[in-house]
Design a binder for this molecule. Structure first.
Ligand code: PLP
Length: 370
């Protein structure tokens, strides 16, 4: 689905030098590139605090740990997301409340969100799925009305612009907290695991820094129960180089999406990704909704041609066995179910060429128009 090798070769000299410098320095943990990266990301996003951590799942967990929530408190989130979003809620003995998504944007439906609020609700986690922003103006207005904290799961949305009623901002910086992942295939991917948390709130930043560092401010004085979640120096060194290319990487993904859009336009069996007026789509994934197509057949046909494709996600959160004992998982989410049966993601990355795109689109259409 991605070609990280070709991408690496374009920046090889710079990356190799940076990696070797870290090895020479032996500052594998807590080395200088980490703070440099936090500064780079904070100016890229125009956000006050960036707290690097070990991965995007930890980023969500640390954010929730910093909110002093009590067991049984409810956190509202879409069911149609990667499991990390909902898993950490349960891990912290909180209750995940699964809500419906919009059938066009695949993101949290604000009407469903407001309906799901109860006196136990404490936080909302919208997900910028596939690189398309959730409707943050509506979500923030609801959060304000009900005094709730918003944690944006920006693992798939980094670099996207949200055109808010208050001006243009980067996704992940509009809620009280934003989180992201630097999993290698992400739009800003490291060469291993990595993640970060962002906020403009000084008190939350201080608390989240503590949580990520065993609950200590001062070494060996542990004020609260925390965890150990660090971005390592080698990953930060790689990310310092890759962040300079992030906008160009996003443009390359958008060009791929444009090509696919044109090739599949007006085909009644294919719905191409929607792009809402309020955001720029950064196309972490290019995901089609199939209408009346045998999806398994298409996946198998593409695999025969050595074209990868993926189903993100075949089983929604509320139907996963891990949540079977939650009353809140016994909900009917017809749009989510409908999408899980029909979506398919095609290869999209920074190194795709016209020949590959022509081949992929021709094969998809060959199967669909049979
Ligand atoms: C929406 C979403 N949230 C959270 C995560 C978790 O990130 P990580 O794999 O770095 O833990 C991912 C990525 O895999 C994701 O796609």
């Amino acid at each position: 689905m991605v070609d990280l090798k070709r991408q690496y070769h374009k920046i090889k000299n710079e990356v190799d030098e940076a990696v070797l410098n870290v090895i020479e320095s032996t500052a594998f943990i807590g080395g200088k590139p980490i703070q440099e990266f936090a500064n780079n990301l904070s100016s890229y996003l125009s956000v006050k605090h960036v707290i690097p951590c070990a991965n995007g799942t930890d980023a969500l967990q640390i954010a929730m740990m910093a909110l002093d929530l009590q067991p049984g408190d409810e956190v509202i989130t879409p069911s149609f997301t990667f499991i990390a979003t909902t898993e950490v809620i349960a891990l912290l003995r909180l209750t995940p409340v699964f809500v419906e998504v919009d059938p066009k944007t695949f993101c949290m439906d604000p009407v469903a969100l407001e309906k799901a609020i109860t006196p136990k609700t404490k936080a909302i986690v919208p997900v910028h799925l596939y690189g398309h922003s959730a409707p943050l103006d509506e979500i923030m207005a609801i959060a304000e009305k009900h005094n709730l904290i918003v944690i944006e799961d920006n693992a798939q949305g980094i670099g996207g612009d949200y055109i808010s009623k208050n001006g243009k901002k980067k996704t992940g910086t509009i809620g009280h907290i934003g989180t992201t992942s630097f999993f290698p295939s992400k739009n800003l991917g490291a060469y291993g695991d990595g993640g970060a948390i962002f906020t403009n709130d000084d008190a939350l930043a201080d608390k989240m820094r503590m949580v990520a560092n065993h609950g200590q401010r001062k070494r060996y004085y542990y004020e609260i129960v925390g965890c150990n979640s660090r971005l390592d120096t080698l990953q930060a060194a790689v990310l310092n180089i890759k962040i300079k290319h992030l906008d160009e990487y996003i443009k390359a993904r958008q060009a791929v999406a444009d090509f696919y859009d044109k090739a599949f336009a007006n085909n009644p069996k294919i719905t191409t990704p929607y792009r809402a007026f309020y955001c720029t789509h950064v196309f972490h994934q290019y995901t089609l909704v199939l209408n009346g197509v045998d999806r398994d057949g298409l996946v198998a046909f593409l695999a025969e041609q050595k074209i990868p494709s993926m189903i993100y996600y075949p089983v929604p959160g509320h139907q996963q066995q891990m949540f079977a004992h939650y009353e809140t998982a016994k909900v009917s989410l017809p749009v989510t179910d409908w999408l899980t049966e029909r979506v398919i993601s095609l290869p999209i990355h920074t190194e795709m060429d016209k020949e590959q795109l022509e081949f992929i689109t021709a094969k998809v259409l060959e199967y669909i128009n049979r």
